[in-house]
Design a protein around this ligand. Structure first.
Ligand SMILES: [Fe+2]
Ligand SMILES: [Fe+2]
Length: 189
């Protein structure tokens, strides 16, 4: 049990490492748009699809469950945790705004370049801040809970859902993202 609960928090950290790599790619596209170039909007569309099907749909709900266990089992370690679901919702909303920009641009609609650059930058900044808070504070509290009680998290509730880019490597759907990560020398085979 102890091994499995630690594995769970390690999965959350691994997700963060992967999301950080994807955010770097997204940030580069925003920087190229800011400097007047046309970024690869199909690539950005893939990035936002990835963000929807993995971080929003798997990573954040898993964290919500882990933090729920922390609130239940160790209320003295749970200050500010009630803000996390709203943070996750806000990140998903910023993501959906950005996805709407990109889909409209691909469909040929007139979306101002500045709107895209602002929405992409807001999304990258907000998600990075959130991940940093988790890594420097919340994950450490979860470590403390697990360290003192191997049964602190009931892992029966968790099902390991594989990451479509970093574990399943579904290149047919995430072709441009996979190629960008490979070019950047990142951990996709
Ligand atoms: Fe989170
Ligand atoms: Fe997270």
């Amino acid at each position: 049990m102890g091994h499995d609960t630690r594995q769970l928090i390690e999965e959350l950290r691994e997700d963060h490492r992967n999301m950080a790599l994807v955010l770097d790619v997204l940030e580069q596209t925003a920087a190229s748009a800011r400097s007047g170039e046309d970024p690869d909007f199909e690539l950005i569309d893939e990035i936002m699809r990835y963000m929807t099907v993995y971080p929003d749909a798997v990573h954040h709900p898993k964290e919500d469950l882990v933090y729920g266990e922390l609130i239940r089992n160790r209320p003295q370690l749970a200050s500010d945790l009630e803000d996390v679901p709203a943070d996750h919702r806000q990140i998903a909303e910023l993501g959906s705004k950005l996805r709407d920009d990109v889909e409209a641009i691909i469909a040929g609609a007139a979306v101002r370049r500045e709107s895209f650059v602002k929405d992409a930058s807001d999304y990258v900044r907000r998600l990075r801040e959130h991940m940093q808070w988790e890594e420097t504070d919340l994950f450490k509290r979860v470590d403390e809970m697990i360290g003192k009680d191997d049964r602190a998290i009931n892992i029966d509730e968790f099902q390991h859902i594989k990451d479509p880019v970093f574990e399943l490597e579904i290149e047919s759907v995430f072709e441009r993202l996979t190629a960008s990560l490979k070019n950047a020398g990142c951990g996709v085979k």
